[in-house]
Design a protein around this ligand. Structure first.
Ligand SMILES: [Cu+2]
Length: 180
C-alpha cells in the first residue's frame, strides 16, 4: 500500500510538472467582503463591485479578466456571510465554459426567493462564514462582455431594493476573456 502511494505521488508530481511547462495558469481570487462604508462587495485586486448593476447584463459590474485555463476562487474575507450565484450556470457548464474544480461548497439549483433570476439556468452555493466558497476553472470562455460569466451573491443579490429598476442588485460581477 505504501509503495502504491509513493508511485501515485510520483505520477501526480510528473503531471504537475508537465502542466506547468505547457502554460502558466493564473489563480484569480475574488473576495466577498465589505468596503469602507460597510457595504457588501466582491473585491478583486483593487476593484470592488459597484453599488448597483443589473441582473443578466454585464455592464457596470466588477470585471475579472481571465485566460482560458485560469482558475477563479471565491472566498469570504469580510465579517458577513457570502455565497456565489452563477446566473447562467447550467448553460455555461453544459457548454464547457467552466467547471467547478474546488469547494468546499457545491452548486445547487435556486428557488423562488431568488427574484428575477432564471430559475432554469442559475445555480448557487450556500453562504459561508469565512474562507473558501468555491473554485471554478475557466476553459471555454469566448471574447466579448456578452459572453462573460455573470455572477452574484447569495444572499446579497437575491432581491432588489429599487422599484424603478427591479433587476438592480449589489455584488454583481462578470468574468471576461482577457484582451477583448
Ligand atoms: Cu454577499
Amino acid at each position: 500500500m505504501k509503495h502504491l502511494l509513493i508511485v501515485f505521488a510520483g505520477i501526480l508530481t510528473a503531471m504537475n510538472g508537465s502542466a506547468t511547462l505547457v502554460r502558466a495558469q493564473t489563480a484569480h481570487v475574488v473576495e466577498g467582503t465589505e468596503d469602507d462604508n460597510q457595504k457588501n462587495v466582491w473585491k478583486y485586486k483593487q476593484d470592488v463591485s459597484p453599488a448597483a448593476a443589473a441582473l443578466g447584463d454585464p455592464a457596470k459590474r466588477l470585471r475579472i479578466e481571465v485566460a482560458n485555463g485560469d482558475t477563479v476562487a471565491f472566498r469570504v474575507t469580510g465579517n458577513r456571510k457570502h455565497g456565489v450565484i452563477f446566473e447562467r450556470a447550467k448553460d455555461e457548464q453544459g457548454n464547457k465554459v467552466w467547471s467547478v474544480t474546488g469547494g468546499p461548497q457545491k452548486l445547487a439549483d435556486i428557488d423562488d426567493t431568488f427574484k428575477d433570476f432564471d430559475k432554469n439556468n442559475a445555480q448557487k452555493t450556500d453562504p459561508v462564514d469565512s474562507g473558501d466558497i468555491i473554485t471554478i476553472t475557466v476553459t471555454g470562455l469566448k471574447p466579448g462582455d456578452t459572453n462573460g460569466i455573470l455572477f452574484a451573491c447569495n444572499p446579497h443579490s437575491k432581491k432588489g431594493s429599487d422599484p424603478n429598476h427591479p433587476k438592480n442588485r449589489e455584488m454583481l460581477g462578470v468574468i471576461v476573456l482577457k484582451g477583448n
